[in-house]
Ligand binder design. Structure first.
Ligand code: COA
Ligand code: AMP
Length: 636
């Protein structure tokens, strides 16, 4: 443990005392069309904007600038146990594909500022689609393949993309997920209609094409490549949006998190080197999905901006074909650092507790494991340390921030690891723990975790076309601060501990979901009078959703049938990723005298946590009924 060697303290202090100098220095890692003369303008935007006078292109920084110096280096490794396919693309090949795809996109009338929705699985073409948009200054919005039509439709309606780029299918170990019917259904549900769809056909399930609207990727991009037809990088303002990524909010309507070009480039370039300790030419593998922020930042943009090699893995930690899948990947591609969610390691540990599969592989290039997306439980961290014998680094962030709020910066020199803590705030994040009235609480005491404004480069400047929703949702509860909606504490050494959300968001297998959104779906069932969804502890996924429903008077159908309907309804409306499997019919829900449902107490009962009778409860007997219902389902 090299605590004395770390440059963390002085680096963090400099970012705090002289952010202009710190971030202008970090900005030197980027090739600007017009370099920033100042780092921050407090007068612009909702809380200020980073690099207000700079001009740049993100795709140029991720691809073109590397072609001169490392054109033949592999930029993207694709490995798909589910499609039984492997492929590697150099920086030059990526640049050529992206420039030709961008030309095809341009032919559809897409210009700077237009939105393009991307609905694709873990294949290199997804990265190409994102980078081609970035090349043109078009704003991409990637939707995760595990979402169903209705969720997709909501995003189409909000982002109003002129163009959608999709693949014909995704591949799950147990099934082929045909995307085209989901997409067509979403377009028909949405009041807004895109002009065109560019379709990447996969042999596992070819999509039917709509004449006049749908365009075949291989034909058009193939022809453009052959003809040497390429689009140039379009200069954009550093403050122009690069992408909008929707994430669960406290209602069924997702929030469009906006990411700018300049701040994002600087934050990712700084973090790849200083947090993940990845140098140009090294292999950095993030086992997530391009549909999540982790995938945006560290499958696509971060490693490529840094001139590293990124890995696109279309598979699972277990079952594709076995719990040695990650070790095979690390050894085959000489991976230096892996970043994934703790749930992936819980899955491996469950199937191979003694890590027998690991013994078969050469892990000599592997230097660190990074975990994020949910709380890294000390058991899992300890197990990973024992078997891998490398630092296991928990780090904490959100879709909104785009990069880690807290972490252990290996590039600055590792700080001692404390199990259960994502270590310390990253430069630019002034994190405080406060009570309900916004007053700082002493070390060791739980409170709301807030970040003093301004947020550092890379974080959201606002929500898509919703400045007011941004202010209300994040900035109003604690004036002058961004409310993370996470609760936790800081210990006497300044280490952060993130203990859970203060809103209705739950975290299922590292996927962020809104219980409020699920409740909207449950309430839409014709037999349901009222409902409550809570996240209950799950040894593999961290949490799993559990829905309680009260039926309307006079309903005669069996409870089992209605519960089956409800499970299907959530799968159809939100998607399989919601992993909603438990629906329980009860006669009443526990409420306070003012009618507020006591979800917190229900959760404690389901989780076997100690609980006390809420003083404001209307009828204490309801909690016995809930306990009995949970017992009947085998949950307690
Ligand atoms: N497209 C379509 N369906 C998808 C999907 C996608 N891209 N991703 C997941 N799904 C489906 C799964 O097939 C599953 O369907 P099922 O109910 O028919 O089995 C359902 O959504 C739930 O998926 P998940 O919660 O991921 O469970 P799982 O049992 O398939 O896998 C893990 C469990 C732990 C192996 C898996 O969650 C995992 O690898 N996690 C890694 C971490 C990660 O990716 N985190 C994301 C943010 S960092
Ligand atoms: P997402 O926006 O999907 O990345 O989810 C963000 C939320 O996941 C955070 O607000 C936390 O609640 C949770 N989270 C992410 N990383 C961690 C972590 N390292 N420890 C605890 N919770 C985490």
């Amino acid at each position: 443990m090299a605590v004395q060697a770390s440059r963390y303290a002085q680096t963090y202090a400099l970012a705090k005392t002289d952010p202009e100098q710190f971030w202008l220095e970090a900005a030197k890692g980027i090739d600007w069309v017009s370099a920033p003369t100042r780092a921050f303008d407090a007068a612009q935007g909702v809380y200020g904007r980073w690099f207000p006078d700079a001009v740049v292109n993100t795709c140029y920084n991720a691809l073109d600038r590397h072609v001169e110096t490392r054109g033949d280096q592999v930029a993207v490794i694709y490995d798909s146990p589910v499609a039984q396919s492997k492929r590697q693309l150099t920086y030059r090949e990526m640049r050529d594909h992206v420039a030709s795809l961008a030309a095809v996109i341009q032919d559809q009338g897409i210009e700077k500022g237009d939105r393009v929705l991307i609905y694709m699985p873990m294949i290199p073409e997804s990265l190409m689609a994102m980078l081609a948009c970035a090349r043109l200054g078009a704003i991409h919005s990637v939707v995760f393949g595990g979402f169903a039509s209705k969720e997709l439709a909501t995003r189409i309606e909000d982002a109003q993309p002129k163009l959608i780029i999709a693949a014909s299918c995704g591949i799950e170990p147990n099934r082929i997920v045909a995307y085209k019917p989901l997409l067509d259904e979403a377009i028909s549900l949405s009041a807004y209609k895109p002009d065109h769809v560019i379709m990447f056909q996969r042999p596992q399930a070819e999509a039917g094409m709509v004449a006049g609207r749908d365009i075949d990727w291989s034909e058009t991009v193939g022809a453009a490549l052959k003809a040497g037809k390429r689009a140039d990088c379009v200069p954009v303002k550093a403050t122009d949006p690069l992408y909008v990524l929707y994430t669960s909010g406290t209602t069924g309507k997702p929030k469009g998190v906006v990411r700018d070009n300049g701040g994002h480039l600087v934050a990712l370039s700084w973090s790849v080197a200083n947090l993940y300790n990845i140098q140009p030419g090294e292999v950095f593998w993030t086992a997530s999905d391009v549909g999540w922020v982790v995938g945006h930042s560290y499958i696509v943009y971060g490693p490529l901006i840094a001139g590293a090699t990124t890995v696109v893995y279309e598979g699972k930690p277990v079952g594709t074909p076995n719990p040695g899948a990650f070790w095979r990947m690390i050894s085959e591609y000489k991976v230096k650092a892996l970043f994934t969610a703790p749930t992936a390691f819980r899955a491996i540990k469950k199937e191979d507790p003694n890590a027998d599969y690991l013994k078969k592989y050469d892990m000599s290039h592997f230097c660190a494991l990074f975990l994020a997306g949910e709380r890294a439980d000390p058991d899992t961290v300890g197990w990973a340390e024992d078997i891998l014998k490398v630092p296991v680094i928990d780090h904490w962030w959100q879709t909104e921030t785009g990069w880690a709020i807290a972490g252990n910066p290996l590039g600055l020199g590792q700080l001692p690891v404390k199990h259960g803590s994502p270590t310390v705030p990253m430069p630019g994040y002034n994190v405080e723990i406060v009570d309900e009235s916004g007053h700082p609480v002493p070390a060791g005491k739980m409170g709301s975790i807030v970040i003093k404004l301004p947020l550092p480069p890379g974080c959201l400047p606002t929500l898509w076309h919703a400045d007011d929703r941004f202010r209300e949702g994040y900035l109003e509860t604690f004036p002058g601060y961004y409310n993370t909606s996470d609760a936790g504490f800081v210990d006497e050494d300044g280490y952060l501990f993130i203990m859970g959300r203060t809103d209705d968001i739950i975290n299922v297998a590292g996927h962020r979901l809104s219980t409020g959104g699920m409740e909207e779906v449950l309430s839409s069932h014709p037999d349901v009078a009222e409902c409550a969804v809570i996240g209950i502890k799950d040894s593999l996924k961290g949490e799993q959703p559990c829905g309680f429903v009260v039926l309307k008077a006079g309903v005669t159908r069996s409870h089992a049938d209605i519960e089956k309907d409800i499970v299907k309804l959530v799968r159809d409306k939100i998607g399989p990723v919601a992993a909603f499997k438990i629906a329980i019919t009860v006669n009443r829900l526990p409420k306070t005298r003012s009618g507020k449902i006591l979800r917190g107490t229900m959760k404690k009962i389901a989780d076997h946590d100690p609980w006390t009778m809420p003083a404001t409860i209307d009828d204490p007997a309801v909690l016995d009924e809930i306990t009995t219902a949970l017992k009947d389902k085998g949950i307690v």
